[in-house]
Ligand binder design. Structure first.
Ligand SMILES: [Zn+2]
Length: 430
């Protein structure tokens, strides 16, 4: 782990050097701290791939698709294209898979970035395109980014809702809108693990779920705009109601992101919370967001990154935001090597012993250790409602490691609590 942080520091140093080559214009203090409507004159479209060279324009839809394909042509040994699917209006939902092909590549943990599920939140779209370009161009030349690519499989989906972004037509983002072509807010319509209601899953989300399920992502982020804050799970609850098992880890990771960005501009990430980090439900509770779905069902830690106060930045600000965010975005990929053990496992210090259960998540049979002889074990749902009481008498083994095996296969998938006299453990049932 120490070695890894050294690598992170080196990556940071490299990026500062890269960023210093491009003059900062306009100055950071010229940027507004309030939400504004962009000046329509400053939304310029790139109509060829070459016009994207300075990263100060938005690509038309055909230019976007061509950029993605050109990377695959130019770096065939480093990346390939995954097509997540085709939108309602027939546009491609693409993800670039970046992993130098070697014998051990399948053992590297999988990371996923996705942006612009809200079609009018465009900053992340451009940041993701530029991130792809930087990662690919740096392989073999930057030792730090080469090490990151050699240790991680990275997938990047720059545009999750192309119909929303190109709602006004393929050649402009001026009429972009939040929803998909059916007027559905995609980030409110993923299966909600905490309030399972029969709800039809919109087309693009069905595609995304199939794609996510086919991969084995361990860390991901979904980029949005309209605020500047690192929003960590759960979105369905306040921190007090139901803290995510790794809330503290999220806070550390979120602050690292924000503090790194603030070395570029100390005024950023201040509109929602002082440290730029918040538990989703403490900001406002939503249901059906992708973040909670991914964290709960997919064994993957995902956070929602709100990366710019304005949803559609004037073009001349795009290079500034890259300078602000690039180091943080790259470092966040590296956080995959600092993950807590496994989502779903939570041991709460009780009295004399530490209660643990495994496997966790489980499909039914679960072994609980660290319980006291002759006591009962209560199974509660995540709201604390008692569902069942087990006696430990017969099952307990006469040893210091007191163990009981329970069968939860008749319970619906979800988050449960196992309460014993020596502590409580959280258990995820699949
Ligand atoms: Zn959004």
């Amino acid at each position: 782990m120490k070695r890894f942080f050294a690598v992170l520091l080196l990556i940071s140093a490299t990026l500062v050097a890269v960023a210093q080559q491009s003059p900062l214009k306009p100055r950071p203090d010229a940027f507004p701290s309030v939400k504004e409507t962009p000046d329509t004159k400053s939304i310029v479209m790139a109509t060829t791939v070459e016009e994207m060279t300075a990263w100060d324009r938005y690509p038309t839809y055909p230019v976007y698709v061509e950029m993605m394909h050109r990377w695959v042509e130019r770096y065939p040994e480093l990346c390939h294209m995954d097509t997540i699917g085709t939108s309602l209006q027939g546009r491609l939902i693409l993800s670039l898979y970046i992993a130098p092909s070697t014998d051990d590549d399948l053992y590297r943990p999988e990371f996923f970035y996705s942006s612009t599920i809200h079609g009018d939140e465009l900053t992340g779209y451009i940041m993701m395109l530029r991130l792809i370009d930087t990662l690919l161009a740096s392989y073999g030349t930057s030792p730090e980014l080469t090490a990151l690519l050699n240790s991680t499989r990275i997938s990047i989906n720059p545009l999750a809702n192309p119909d929303g972004t190109y709602w006004g037509g393929d050649n402009s983002v001026m009429a972009s809108r939040r929803e998909n072509a059916n007027g559905i807010d995609l980030n409110r319509n993923f299966p909600n693990p905490f309030a399972p209601v029969a709800k039809s899953i919109p087309h693009e989300n069905q595609l995304m779920i199939a794609y996510l399920t086919a991969h084995n992502f361990r860390l991901s982020a979904n980029l949005h705009g309209g605020s500047e804050v690192m929003n960590y799970p759960w979105d369905s609850f306040t921190l007090e109601e139901n803290p995510h098992p790794y809330a503290e880890w999220w806070q550390v990771v979120g602050r690292r992101f924000v503090d790194t960005a603030r070395t570029v501009d100390n005024t950023r990430f201040r509109d929602v919370s002082q440290d730029g980090v918040i538990a989703g439900g403490d900001w406002y509770v939503i249901s059906g967001g992708r973040q909670d779905y991914v964290n709960y069902y997919l064994d993957c830690l995902e956070m929602t990154m709100e990366v710019s106060l304005q949803k559609i930045l004037p073009c001349e600000w795009l290079p500034y935001y890259w300078r602000l965010l690039s180091k943080s975005l790259i470092n966040y990929i590296g956080e995959i090597h600092s993950l807590p053990n496994s989502i779903g496992i939570e041991e709460v210090e009780g009295g004399k012993r530490r209660v643990e259960c495994y496997p966790n998540p489980t499909t039914g049979i679960v072994t609980v250790t660290g319980i006291e002889a002759g006591t009962k074990i209560e199974l509660l749902d995540f709201t604390g409602r008692l569902l069942h009481t087990y006696s430990s008498h017969q099952a307990i083994k006469p040893s210091d490691n007191q163990t009981i095996t329970l069968d939860l296969s008749s319970f619906v998938p979800g988050l449960y609590l196992l309460r014993t006299s020596s502590g409580t453990a959280k258990l995820l049932k699949r």
